[in-house]
Design a protein around this ligand. Structure first.
Ligand code: PMP
Length: 285
């Protein structure tokens, strides 16, 4: 089955879905994106992703391509046209097409608006059962990581460095403290059982899954503190894990070659994953 992609108001077979070589998303990474998980053909945490998209657009003065209702309708139409049961919908808004110039084009320039689906075969991957091995890398990204831009070259390089080391993913370190993973938020469970993750600011993406995990942890009466941690603290923790719309909650079992806890996925990460998925599926739209 040919995948159907949404491009600027039209649903097209992927081979016919095109944007201009002058698109500012292509030339300047002048674009923001969102990724919304789909389980059972329904959208997970959609209102959160839509709210964050609005915030990213606002921070960069990017024009809005559609209303929230229209964006929801496009997501649903793509899920339906592609018979997507499990996977995600990728959404991207760029500042549109204009002759190459560092200055932004005229405000009337229409944004480019692209969405497509990606299928996956299972919620439970081997990585979830085994746990991730991560390598630390310096955080050399720009200073507004709270805006979900498509400037993903450095995170891609970090992922490749992790793979070169035979690991699954990388955690970024700045001023001796972990900021987040290449495409996920990072957590540890300290020896006294407290979940610790970095506070929100300009230095990390405000994960939609992170917000949900805070609620779920509260409901499970787990202690959670928003405080940074070092690689040494993570290596000495009882557990570690990551969250994202793609990974949900996935345990981390090794950091820079040192086992975390007994080197196996921990009970708190496993409980949070199950509770998150249960609540997210119940609220999916
Ligand atoms: N941090 C970064 C750098 C990311 O790319 C992502 C995934 N987009 C996350 C955190 C997790 O965010 P979310 O839970 O909204 O997927």
């Amino acid at each position: 089955m040919t995948r159907i992609v949404y491009v600027n108001g039209a649903y097209r077979p992927e081979t016919e879905a095109k944007v201009s070589v002058f698109d500012r998303g292509f030339l300047f990474a002048d674009a923001v994106y969102e990724v919304t998980a789909v389980i059972g053909g329904k959208l997970i945490d959609f209102p959160g992703h839509c709210a964050r998209l609005r915030r990213s657009l606002g921070e960069l003065g990017l024009p809005s391509p559609a209303t929230d209702e229209e964006i929801l309708a496009i997501h649903r139409e793509l899920v339906s046209r592609n018979a997507l049961d499990l996977g995600h919908v990728y959404l991207m808004v760029t500042r549109g097409e204009a002759d190459r110039d560092f200055a932004f084009p005229k405000a009337e320039t229409p944004p480019s608006f692209v969405l497509f689906t990606q299928a996956r075969t299972a919620i439970e991957t081997p990585e979830v059962g085994r746990g991730l091995r991560v390598a630390s890398v310096p955080d050399l990204r720009w200073g507004r990581r709270d805006i979900k831009t498509v400037q993903l070259l450095y995170p891609s390089m970090a992922k490749m460095e992790a793979k070169r080391q035979g690991k699954d993913d990388a955690w970024f370190v700045e001023n001796g403290e972990v900021t987040e993973g290449t495409s996920n938020n990072a957590y540890i469970v300290t020896q006294d059982g407290t979940i610790r993750t970095r506070a929100l600011g300009h230095d990390i993406l405000h994960g939609i899954t992170r917000a949900a995990i805070m609620r779920v942890a509260g409901e499970l009466e787990l202690r959670i503190e928003e405080k940074p941690f070092t690689i040494a603290e993570a290596q000495g923790a009882r557990e570690a894990f990551i969250t994202s719309a793609g990974a949900f909650v996935t345990p981390v079992v090794e950091i820079d070659g040192a086992a975390v806890g007994d080197g196996r996925p921990g009970p708190i990460a496993r409980r949070l994953r199950a509770a998150y998925l249960e609540a997210a599926i119940a609220q999916a739209i």
